[in-house]
Design a binder for this molecule. Structure first.
Ligand code: ZN
Length: 226
């Protein structure tokens, strides 16, 4: 049986080439920016809060976004995404750099009302965060083009207004700390991506919203909510 076309996502480079790595799991980090923790009135974690989106959540960020209907608000969470090129298991912070292919952006689309209900019940978040198409992903910039991954800027405008602005230097747990910690629990394999948490500015998306997403000088791309 072949995989249906809508699930044939493949990572792509800035020049539009397919990156020869399989689309794997998506390991996500919650509560990694202080201002976002405050906006949702959550506690600052002692260790990274981790969850996983399945590979069926992956779609191209350049495609229009479908948000699930009848399940309350669906929020934008624009995050820096790290693409893994080599296996990482039980790695120290000094060992992770060699395993990184590059960096892009992803939306961790979140059904916020569903998530609030799940949190209240003490249930896992996958129904709110792991649905089909819940992880639109940009092209990836090769790491050789990036001097310092702890000083990367990214921005989301919705209908021309800035909604989110992030700098990776503001993370509570740095990229190296996250990859090391994650690799103690889930072995990271080539083609996996890590979403490093959202900065502040999460809010509901609506039909026909235009999203402009930019990553330093590397790219600016636009998409629309269907
Ligand atoms: Zn998130």
């Amino acid at each position: 049986m072949s995989v249906p076309e809508e699930y044939q996502y493949q990572h792509i480079s800035l020049s539009g080439q397919k990156i020869p790595l399989p689309a794997g799991k998506v390991v996500c980090v919650g509560r990694n920016y202080l201002m976002h923790i405050k906006e949702l009135k959550n506690e600052v974690p002692d260790v990274p809060l981790l969850f996983i989106k399945p590979s069926t959540s992956l779609i191209y960020l350049s495609k229009n976004i479908d948000i699930p209907q009848g399940q309350g608000e669906c929020h934008n969470e624009l995050e820096l995404a790290v693409l893994i090129a080599k296996p990482l298991k039980g790695a120290s912070q000094n060992e992770v750099a060699d395993a990184i292919w590059g960096y892009g952006l992803a939306l961790d689309l979140t059904l916020r009302d569903v998530q609030a209900q799940l949190k209240k019940q003490g249930h896992p978040w996958e129904r709110a965060k792991g649905f089909d198409g819940s992880c639109p992903v940009s092209p990836f910039v090769e790491k050789s083009a990036i001097d310092n991954h702890d000083n990367l800027n990214f921005e989301l405008k919705v209908n021309g207004q800035q909604r989110q602005y992030g700098n990776s230097g503001d993370m509570i747990f740095s990229i190296n700390a996250l990859l090391s910690e994650i690799s103690q629990i889930f072995t990271l394999l080539p083609g996996d991506i890590v979403l490093t948490g959202t900065p502040q500015g999460v809010a509901a998306l609506h039909q026909n919203d235009i999203l402009d997403i930019s990553f330093q000088h590397f790219f600016q791309l636009s998409t629309k909510v269907n």
